[in-house]
Design a protein around this ligand. Structure first.
Ligand SMILES: NC(=O)c1ccc[n+]([C@@H]2O[C@H](COP(=O)([O-])OP(=O)(O)OC[C@H]3O[C@@H](n4cnc5c(N)ncnc54)[C@H](O)[C@@H]3O)[C@@H](O)[C@H]2O)c1
Ligand SMILES: O=c1ccn([C@@H]2O[C@H](COP(=O)(O)OP(=O)(O)O[C@H]3O[C@H](CO)[C@@H](O)[C@H](O)[C@H]3O)[C@@H](O)[C@H]2O)c(=O)[nH]1
Length: 463
């Protein structure tokens, strides 16, 4: 089966970039990305590609080239479903905030709505691809909904999890370590897998396209994120021990990372991992394990989250203790709010939790982030429901310029590793701060010796 029309439901951080790259690499395929969110679709269609809703290096250029040719963004969901031979489901699957599994399980209501809509609209056979991250065995539920329409349309369900990391999405999509496709072992299942393989093979070497059964594919996605997050929590656990022993976590990470069995990636100690995926996917794994009565398995993975929460909290606690046990009325400037550099995404960013702790201590937070709008910052704080929106606004202020943000501050805290922070005129920042001037480097990006020479009291993670 040769695919000529693709629909993707969900124009978010995954749907948008992934479909833009498919469209660019497959000029013979018409790709339509649909979403219920009209504002988001309007932003994807903005004539100025700097205004597309997802900031990713290189993405604007690709969207600019393919949009209007074979890449379309639309709110006409039914029409796009009806036309397509292959449909990616790329909607959000957040942690449940109500009912059974609250705070742990993945909320699959958006997935189910998509399945029902596809079932209702489809008049021809289709391949349905789970692109969203889903609990193992979700394909079964989707299949059950699709197979019970009674209109004779045949559906094949594939699992094709996405492994892109934000900030490097375009690079990751153009040159993935692997593409994973899970499908049924039946002849129809294999045919569907091959149709999707042929799409990716337009730019991904075939030996990097891995075919498995559906359940292995679904579980591999959760497992990959659990392993990655586990490395960050492991090095962060060691960072606390380093602070007690005069060992330096950067040196320890380098020393262990040179062992080819361990490897050097994902060993950067930090204020804690954030992002929409790690915590959500591990909680999901913990929930599934518990549901099967595998309590030791659940406890093992839950510890990764417990360690991460501890790392965020001990960062804010250390700021308070170092500033003579009170930050009340003191200006503390945050450099960075995004959960990592090169993205405007703030979901689960460590900055949110550190700010919340410091606001509890009545600190005045000054903020500069090169890509995150202040409205987003306020909405992140309000989402925690720790205090009223008006209260939050009293305690946090955003600045257009990093030097203004740091002026008259007692301390600067680095929450995101934006490259530009390294190149600031730190002497100028020092001159305009209250003394003693403190830096809490939650990303270990500044040169400790240089900062101390300028006169800062400089503290990094794990040294
Ligand atoms: N963000 C990442 O880096 C990343 C990477 C790999 C996998 N994932 C997974 O991919 C999925 C999507 O993540 P995201 O970050 O793109 O989410 P997102 O919130 O940015 O985008 C999801 C979009 O789906 C839309 N949507 C929801 N229900 C809909 C419906 N019924 N019809 C039409 N549109 C609908 C929402 O309006 C939203 O715009 C999640 O399962 C996530 O775990 C995310
Ligand atoms: O050594 C490290 C590496 C990462 N982080 C932090 O960990 C978080 C996650 O970073 P990263 O994994 O690079 O970004 P994500 O976009 O969250 O990507 C992860 O989550 C995606 C969604 O499932 C997966 O597709 C990706 O493969 C997986 O890397 C961020 O807060 C980072 O600052 C560290 O603190 N130290």
């Amino acid at each position: 089966m040769k695919i000529t029309k693709i629909c993707c439901i969900g124009a978010g951080y995954v749907g948008g970039p992934t479909m833009a790259v498919i469209a660019e690499k497959c000029p013979h395929i018409k790709v339509t990305v649909v979403d219920l969110n009209e504002k988001r679709i309007a932003a994807w269609n903005d004539v100025n590609v700097d205004n597309i809703p997802v900031y990713e290096p290189g993405l604007g250029e690709i969207v600019g080239k393919a949009r209007g040719k074979n890449l379309f963004f639309s709110t006409e969901v039914d029409k796009a479903i009806d036309e397509a031979e292959l449909i990616f489901i790329s909607v959000n699957t957040p942690t449940k905030t109500y009912g059974t599994g609250k705070g742990m399980a993945a909320d699959l209501k958006y997935i189910e709505l998509c399945a029902r809509q596809i079932a209702r609209v489809s008049k021809t056979d289709k391949i349905i691809v789970e692109k969203s991250t889903l609990p193992v065995r979700t394909a079964e539920a989707i299949k059950s909904i699709l197979d019970n329409t009674g209109n004779g349309v045949q559906f094949q369900i594939l699992s094709n999890p996405e492994f892109l990391a934000e900030g490097t999405a375009v690079e990751d999509l153009l040159s993935p370590d692997r593409v994973l496709i899970g499908g049924e072992t039946s002849p129809e299942g294999q045919k569907a897998i091959e149709a999707l393989v042929d799409v990716y093979a337009n730019w991904v070497p075939r030996e990097r396209i891995l075919k498995t059964n559906v359940w292995s594919s679904e579980l591999s996605k959760l497992t990959a994120n659990a392993f990655l997050a586990q490395r960050v929590s492991s090095i962060n656990a060691i960072s606390e021990l380093c602070e007690k022993t005069e060992a330096d976590v950067n040196e320890v990470a380098k020393a262990i990372g040179m062992d080819s069995r361990i490897g050097s990636k994902f060993l950067k100690a930090s204020v804690g991992f954030g992002g929409s995926c790690f915590q959500k996917d591990i909680l999901n794994l913990v929930y599934i394990s518990k549901a099967f009565g595998l309590n030791e398995v659940a406890d093992y993975w839950e510890q990764v989250i417990i360690m991460n929460d501890h790392q965020k909290r001990r960062f804010s606690r250390n700021i308070v203790q170092t500033l003579y046990n009170t930050v009340s009325g003191k200006k503390i400037t945050f450099l960075g709010w995004a959960f990592k550099k090169d993205t405007n995404d703030t979901r689960e960013s460590a900055a949110i939790y550190v700010a919340d702790d410091l606001i509890n201590e009545q600190a005045n937070i000054g903020l500069f982030d090169p890509k995150v709008p202040f409205q987003q910052v306020l909405s992140d704080l309000d989402y925690l429901e720790t205090r009223s929106s008006e209260e939050n606004q009293k305690y946090i202020n955003s600045f257009e310029n990093p030097y203004e943000a740091c002026k008259d501050a007692h301390a600067v805290a680095i929450l995101t590793e934006w490259d530009e922070f390294k190149d600031y005129d730190w002497q100028k920042i020092y001159d305009n701060m209250l003394k003693p001037a403190f830096i809490f480097d939650g990303r270990n990006i500044l040169d400790a010796a240089k900062m101390k020479e300028i006169g800062f009291v400089y503290q990094a993670i794990g040294s």
